[in-house]
Design a binder for this molecule. Structure first.
Ligand SMILES: Nc1ncnc2c1ncn2[C@@H]1O[C@H](COP(=O)(O)OP(=O)(O)OP(=O)(O)O)[C@@H](O)[C@H]1O
Length: 294
């Protein structure tokens, strides 16, 4: 069975900027994959190259065994890009119906509208819609071809709770049937809740790739959060067990292999240590640690 998506040694340069640097990615059919990374990490560039919308400087991309442009032409892919333009003067149902006509085996228009929670304003002109309603229309357009692969760039931006829940319900139903979804997001909880696998990008490189649990394990240990009036990072770094220190507002966050030893030394060294709490590694901490704290 062909992979849903395969990127091999993909690099993209814009002048001096290296947007992607030797990225390999293989997505099997039936997976839901989240692409995470700080602003400018290369997520949109990766998705655009995967879709054949942007040529790589080097490397290759394939969708279900086809060159991306051919896969798009065959209607195998549904796409939602950030803030893509929509025709303003047509009704929502007219636009979705016209788009359905471009696919060989589209899903019924009503079903796509319902799945995207756009059925309540199907007769409205697009020009009159709110930002979140427009995003629902983009989702309906991504779904209408009943594609084997969905590629979604920050799909839940601007969506309310109901819209988000509906989207993930649809994605789950589709991957349950062996279809594939790849989405970029800044919402780590979405990756945690809905992705089988996370690809973590930083400065154009894949810094981690695997199930959410594996990504958390990569960082390992636990964290001690503490408020101090004044403390030098170097002193905190030297406490027993501590592997990494970062400062968040007035609090210091110590990543440690031995939270008991760290806590004992912390209280012995700093009389003003307060608001102390410890936590296991969550995806956010792993993200910060693996992407260099951006
Ligand atoms: N058309 C372009 N011309 C020049 N540089 C670009 C262009 N598009 C992207 N870049 C640069 O490539 C890098 C990756 O950008 P990209 O948009 O892929 O990041 P991203 O991870 O999607 O960011 P965000 O989270 O902000 O959406 C950035 O340094 C960006 O400035």
């Amino acid at each position: 069975m062909a992979n849903a998506l395969e990127l091999t040694a993909v690099s993209k340069r814009y002048g001096q900027t290296s947007a992607l640097d030797g990225v390999d990615l293989t997505a099997e059919q039936g997976q839901t994959i989240a692409v995470l990374g700080p602003n400018g990490a290369g997520k949109s560039t990766l998705l655009s190259i995967a879709l054949g919308l942007l040529p790589p400087t080097s490397g290759t991309a394939a969708i279900l065994g086809h060159p991306p442009v051919e896969a798009l032409r065959k209607g195998l892919v549904g796409v939602l890009l950030q803030e893509s333009g929509l025709l303003e003067d047509v009704r929502v149902d007219e636009l979705v119906t016209a788009t359905a006509g471009m696919y060989q085996k589209p899903m019924p228009v009503e079903r796509a509208l319902r799945a995207a929670r756009a059925d309540g304003f199907a007769a409205q002109r697009i020009g009159k819609l709110s930002g979140g309603q427009r995003q629902r229309v983009r989702i309906a357009l991504a779904l209408i071809g009943d594609p084997r692969l969905l590629v979604l760039d920050e799909p839940t931006v601007g969506l309310d709770v109901d819209g988000r829940r509906a989207l993930w319900q649809e994605v789950r139903a589709r991957t349950g049937e062996g279809r594939t979804a790849v989405f970029a997001t800044h919402y780590l909880t979405e990756a945690d809740d809905y992705a089988d696998r996370v690809i973590l990008l930083a400065k154009g490189k894949v810094v981690a790739d695997g199930p959410v649990e594996k990504i958390k394990e990569l960082v390992g240990g636990s964290e001690v959060h503490v408020t101090l009036d004044a403390a030098e990072v170097g002193v905190l770094q030297a406490l027993p067990g501590v592997r990494q220190v970062r400062v968040e507002g007035g609090a210091a966050v110590l990543r440690t292999n031995d939270s008991d030893a760290t806590l004992r030394a912390l209280f012995a060294t700093f009389a003003d240590a307060r608001d102390v709490r410890t936590a296991g590694t969550d995806l956010e901490s792993a993200f910060v640690s693996l992407t260099g704290g951006n």
